[in-house]
Design a binder for this molecule. Structure first.
Ligand SMILES: NC(=O)c1ccc[n+]([C@@H]2O[C@H](COP(=O)([O-])OP(=O)(O)OC[C@H]3O[C@@H](n4cnc5c(N)ncnc54)[C@H](O)[C@@H]3O)[C@@H](O)[C@H]2O)c1
Length: 252
């Protein structure tokens, strides 16, 4: 049985991706800083018959990442796929943005992905069977609203980290790609006590050529494609945004 390791798998896109890979026959290891969410996701997975493991992990901390990788190998076996999904959005007016807030976003969203990739790639390289790493970037790596520099920089870094690692890890047959989600509604994929039904206006939907806001399952499907059906694809970014970023907008 193949093993996927997913960061931020307790809620949102990560939880949906964990469930999608379990349905495709993977054993799933979840790292999440939110213990209640991670425990619940792993419990639901096990109730459906999927081997699942969770460890409370702050991916910005080297020790946590090392412990998660070690425990994953012990519980489920060596990872075939790593999905660097954990991330958060914290921003404020650029002229007042505190360096420590900028650092905190980079530490999780970018440095955390580096730490997890290095830990997983060392195991994949030693096993000599190849592997896949999928990073969750964002359309905000390529376009911006004002006052979003920390998040935007972290996601631009993820895109560059992706093609960098694709080169460095190619000799070990490890493919590295990223997915850039657009607007993905995650409210109904939260810890059950916090989950809410999504509500979108006509305008929200019309903003997307696809006619709707994105769902976590859309990103999960893209990840599964990159993991299992994209043997000749590496170093790439796959935008999954319902066409929002290619839509030309004139003032009304
Ligand atoms: N939802 C969107 O519209 C959207 C769009 C573009 C990109 N993304 C990216 O997709 C990924 C998932 O986003 P989401 O909307 O599902 O978020 P979410 O907040 O619903 O879930 C993120 C999970 O990551 C965990 N997490 C955060 N920091 C962590 C840390 N340091 N260590 C371990 N776990 C940590 C949280 O506890 C949470 O369970 C993020 O990288 C986000 O930037 C989301």
């Amino acid at each position: 049985m193949k093993v996927v390791a997913i960061t931020g798998g307790g809620q949102g896109i990560g939880r949906a991706t964990a469930f999608h890979f379990a349905k495709a026959g993977y054993a799933v290891s979840i790292a999440d800083a939110d213990a209640a969410a991670g425990r619940e996701a792993a419990k639901i997975l096990r109730e459906t018959g999927a081997p699942a493991f969770f460890l409370r992990t702050d991916i910005s901390k080297e020790k946590d990442v090392a412990a998660w990788m070690k425990a994953t190998v012990r519980a489920l076996g060596r990872p075939d796929v790593l999905i660097n999904n954990a991330g958060f959005f914290r921003n404020g007016p650029f002229l007042k943005l505190k360096p420590r807030d900028f650092d905190a976003v980079i530490a999780t969203n970018l440095r955390g992905a580096f730490l997890c990739s290095q830990a997983a790639a060392r195991i994949m390289a030693a096993r000599k069977k190849g592997g896949a790493i999928i990073n969750i970037a964002s359309t905000r790596a390529f376009m911006s609203e004002a006052n979003t520099e920390a998040y935007t920089a972290s996601k631009g870094g993820i895109v560059a980290l992706t093609h960098g690692m694709a080169m460095s890890l190619a000799p070990y047959r490890i493919r590295v790609n990223c997915v850039s989600p657009g607007w993905i509604e995650v409210r109904d994929w939260k810890l059950s006590s916090r989950a809410r039904a999504p509500v979108h206006s006509k305008k929200d939907k019309a903003q997307h050529p696809a006619g709707r806001v994105g769902r976590p399952e859309d990103i999960a499907e893209a990840c599964l494609y990159l993991a299992d059906h994209a043997g000749f694809v590496t170093g790439q970014n796959l935008t999954v945004d319902g066409g929002m970023t290619i839509k030309m907008i004139y003032a009304e």
